[in-house]
Write a protein that binds this ligand. Structure first.
Ligand code: KG4
Ligand code: ZN
Length: 333
């Protein structure tokens, strides 16, 4: 394969990640150094701990990516990094390191929106370039429905008005005494549970807009919990998960129908959820939409998706101004 060689860095939250990509499709290396163990003892991500870990790991990870891909800095055509949204002190580490590398090498720099990384990730490794579609982004920090027209041309259809879906998984898991991050734990336990045992709220599922709300569901679990006795954990996990998935699937299908697209895509950490994958596959099939799901290894935070978004932008002539800084509230649209 041919194409520009791009090194990308991702440090928006608690994963330090570096990837090197040739063109839009040949991934030479994707390294992720997870900090989950460090944050687990606090029950969630502690920004100060995250940025200190990024600082310690970023240089060895970049050197290791060069070593494993047999690439040298001089071979790079472009350097990219997540610019936002995310934790400012985490973003600053990766964004500054990548910008410094670009300046030292005299190469162009592209600051990538983390959400664009997730948004385009279902197209990575496929023969299709990003095209007209409705995409559900479900992660720890975000839940939104976005219509893609082309790379860089996005329309926000709806978003959560309170908690993100992954945040709801993590907070409910914490209430249940499960370790952080809670999404994979709830997914695992739900396989042994009855999703119909507890009738939990599906907030805003009937509203005409494409917004979501998950804080009422979390509160419903909090009030239900003290009343429960005996063996309820797997049933409660399955009932909670079903309530989240119900709303996500229903709104996504309706958004796709209203937008008149043929393709639905799903990305972000929560798109690893086995029940969501099963239900969205069935619903899109029933409604006659094509479906592209981000592969699980590309769904949680990684630098390959940032490199891919940068490659698509690089090919269209996009370059960032080096005066731009990391932005914790960077918006996608
Ligand atoms: O995309 P991501 O790595 O980080 C953000 O950009 O926020 O998403 C992390 C989120 C966490 O909330 C985690 O609990 C959730 O994705 N998650 C899952 C599953 N795997 C990860 N949620 C439900 N089911 C899963 N299997
Ligand atoms: Zn993410």
């Amino acid at each position: 394969m041919s194409g520009p060689l791009i090194l990308a860095v991702e440090t928006s939250c608690d994963e330090t990640a570096v990837a090197i990509l040739r063109g839009p499709g040949e991934l030479l290396v994707s390294e992720i150094s997870s900090q989950i163990k460090e944050h687990r003892k606090f029950g969630g991500v502690v920004p100060e701990v995250a940025s200190r870990n990024h600082l310690a790991k970023i240089e060895p990870l970049i050197l290791s990516a060069f070593g494993r891909s047999a690439c040298s800095p001089a071979m790079l055509d472009c350097i990219a990094a997540t610019r936002g949204p995310g934790l400012l002190t985490s973003l600053l580490v990766g964004h500054s390191a990548a910008k410094g590398l670009a300046i030292a090498l005299g190469r162009p720099f592209i600051g990538v929106n983390h959400l664009e990384g997730h948004l385009l990730s279902p197209f990575f490794g496929t023969i299709d370039a990003p095209c007209r579609s409705v995409n559900l982004i479900v992660s720890g920090g975000h839940t939104l429905l976005v219509e893609i027209d082309d790379v860089g041309s996005y329309r926000l259809l709806g978003r959560t008005v309170d908690d993100a879906s992954g945040e709801a998984f993590d907070k409910v898991a914490k209430l249940l005494g499960l370790p952080y991050p809670g999404g994979p734990e709830i997914d695992r336990l739900s396989k042994f549970g009855d999703p119909t045992r507890f009738d939990l709220p599906r907030s805003m599922s009937g509203s005409a807009d494409f917004n979501f709300s998950f804080s009422g569901l979390k509160t419903a679990v909090r009030y239900l919990l003290p009343k429960l006795k005996g063996d309820f954990l797997a049933d409660l996990c399955a009932s909670f998960q079903e309530a989240v998935v119900d709303v996500l699937v229903r709104k996504t299908i309706r958004a796709a129908a209203v937008s008149g697209v043929k393709l639905v895509t799903v990305s972000g950490g929560v798109s690893c959820n086995s029940r969501l994958r099963f239900r969205i596959a069935k619903a899109t099939d029933d409604a006659g939409f094509e479906l592209k799901l981000a592969e699980p290894w590309l769904s949680t935070d990684n630098a390959a998706m940032i490199a891919y978004a940068a490659a698509e932008r690089f090919a269209r002539g996009y370059r960032s101004n080096l005066a731009e800084d990391a932005d914790p509230n960077l918006s996608l649209v």
